[in-house]
Design a protein around this ligand. Structure first.
Ligand code: 3UK
Length: 531
């Protein structure tokens, strides 16, 4: 099947898609046979060549079809970062199926929602995460035969499901690509909102290579000799671009790390694989700079750029990283809805404290409350238009209408633009906060706290830590105020960690006798910010 044609000499790089067009086939085959023996992926255990990746993905696509899945049906991926992720993701797309990668840090109740909402007809799950899926598989009425367990060599619990490795071995190594069009839905990514359940963002076959052309080639100048390591995981749109779309689009090599991205694990991976491009979130950069064990020791020998997204990068983090590692950090803002970064700093043109300038190929608009334009240095609501915007949220008409207005997408962010055209983040239009680059809704944390018998009510707001990065802070009214104290703080934090994904727990808890409310009884969170 024909590949997309990218002309990197124009600005923005021009991308032409043939019809039929299949993004899985394109990313797997655009460098074959030229780069057949080149390493596409190194994970903690194996190295996989471009030819090897194509075969493994074809086997994965055939294995999914052999389970009885039909084109356009969804497959939920609950997978750690190993070579099986790109194999299953691209194999599914090549087969005409729709993979739905999800965050691996969630709770059984979250997975039950995601499996049910997506109506996925199969689940591929890393063995470490199998114990979280029981409730979801029952809730979604998924037959056990439609669950395959990946990464079994990582040594997880006993389970009744088939092994992905066995199904790959039994499947044919040749898959002919489904005759999809550039406008067919290729994959979904879930995004959390301030109210209600996560929303599945529908992305098309054309979107993957578009992000590679506009951002990876157009802004970063990613090349075949790059070695890319993204500490941000593949389930996140940011990591998916960094470690899957971009390296495969340009013929580079990507490093995958399955474990949690602690400073020690990330530095170890940097030292072992000496990448040329490193991608992280601000919280990781800050904790690496704070960590004694994270001294570079040659880790940055080949590094030519570092990338940050997910939340605003504090200026001092970029400056200290540069002093220690020898490269700037290029901050850029992207979103699940737009798939990847659409405003960015660029090599040789970094203004710390800003998100940079628009990525060519995207149009930006800052609007005042009446929808009109704002002047230089005036705050407005950020809207974006570009060829990678998701087409809708699955099954959420009202939220789709609120976000997607023709070709324009409302980001929910507030920004200013200076006279030189640089954009500076100034906050959210809603109460959502980014914690380590991942959304946390204050409502969710408040509900978890309110479920504790000692709690009368709670309000949760974003609060800056010593690096200026936000984490949840709770104001709690106890039924018996005399129980306030360190023991109660510890108990409430442990309680929230048990009920929600642990990264959502309130890092600070303050006890109050009452919460500020409107006349109608709504908590006024803004009055608690900055306290
Ligand atoms: C916030 C930022 C300030 C902003 C993402 C790169 O983060 C990504 O996607 P999400 O859907 O969240 C999107 C929201 O996160 N944000 C992201 N980057 C920045 N705020 N400065 C930044 N540099 O509120 C945005 O609306 O989780 C990032 C690539 C792909 C992505 N999906």
């Amino acid at each position: 099947m024909a590949h997309a044609h990218i002309d990197p000499t124009t600005s923005p790089p021009k991308v032409e898609f043939p019809t039929p067009y299949n993004a899985g086939a394109d990313l797997l085959e655009r460098h074959l046979p030229a780069l057949a023996d080149k390493i596409a992926y190194r994970d903690d255990r194996v190295a996989l060549s471009y030819a090897g990746l194509r075969e493994r993905a074809d086997r994965a696509g055939n294995a999914l079809l052999a389970l009885g899945l039909r084109p356009e049906e969804r497959v939920l991926l609950m997978m750690l970062d190993t070579v099986d992720f790109p194999a299953v993701f691209l194999g599914a797309i090549k087969a005409g199926l729709v993979p739905v990668p999800v965050n691996t840090l969630l709770t059984p109740a979250d997975y039950a929602y995601l499996l049910t909402d997506s109506r996925a007809r199969a689940l591929i799950v890393s063995d470490h995460l199998v114990s979280l899926t029981g409730q979801a598989i029952v809730a979604a009425n998924l037959p056990a035969s439609r669950v395959l367990v990946a990464d079994t060599s990582l040594g997880g619990p006993v389970h009744p499901y088939g092994l992905l490795a066995d199904h790959l071995a039994a499947a044919s190594p040749q898959l002919s690509a489904a005759r999809t069009s550039p406008d067919d839905v290729a994959f979904w990514l879930y995004s959390s909102g301030s109210t209600g359940a996560p929303k599945g963002a529908l992305h098309l076959h054309s979107h993957l290579v578009q992000t590679a052309a506009l951002y990876a080639q157009g802004v970063l100048g990613m090349r075949p000799d790059d070695v890319v390591f993204s500490a941000a995981k593949l389930f996140f749109a940011y990591g998916l671009g960094n470690a899957l779309t971009f390296p495969l689009a340009v013929g580079a090599t990507a490093i995958l790390m399955a474990e949690r991205p602690t400073p020690a694990a990330v530095v170890r991976t940097l030292r072992t694989h000496v990448p040329t491009i490193f991608c992280g979130v601000p919280t990781l950069y800050a904790s690496m700079l704070a960590s004694e064990t994270a001294a570079p020791d040659g880790a940055s020998r080949n590094l030519r750029m570092s990338i940050s997204a997910g939340e605003a990068l504090p200026r001092h983090v970029g400056e200290r990283w540069r002093a220690r590692m020898g490269t700037d950090i290029l901050d850029g803002i992207g979103s699940t809805e737009m798939l990847h970064i659409f405003i960015s700093n660029r090599p040789g043109d970094v203004r710390y404290g800003t998100s940079g300038r628009p990525v060519p190929g995207y149009d930006l608009d800052l609007r005042d409350d009446g929808g009109g334009p704002v002047g230089d240095d005036e705050e407005g609501a950020l809207w974006v238009r570009g060829p990678t915007a998701c087409v809708a949220y699955w099954n959420q008409r009202a939220k789709s209408l609120a976000t997607f207005h023709g070709a324009w997408t409302r980001t929910g962010d507030r920004y200013t633009r200076d006279a030189d055209g640089y954009y500076t983040y100034s906050g959210r239009a809603d109460d959502m906060m980014k914690v380590g680059g991942i959304w946390v809704s204050p409502f969710e944390v408040e509900s978890a706290l309110a479920a504790h018998p000692a709690v009368l009510e709670a309000a949760v707001v974003a609060h800056g830590d010593i690096d200026g990065l936000v984490k949840p802070k709770a104001f709690v009214v106890l039924r018996e105020p005399t129980r306030a104290g360190v023991a109660m703080i510890n108990e409430l934090q442990a309680f929230v960690k048990q009920r929600l994904a642990p990264f959502k727990y309130p890092r600070w808890i303050e006890f109050a006798t009452e919460l500020p409310k409107t006349a109608t009884g709504k908590i006024q969170r803004y009055r608690l910010r900055g306290i």
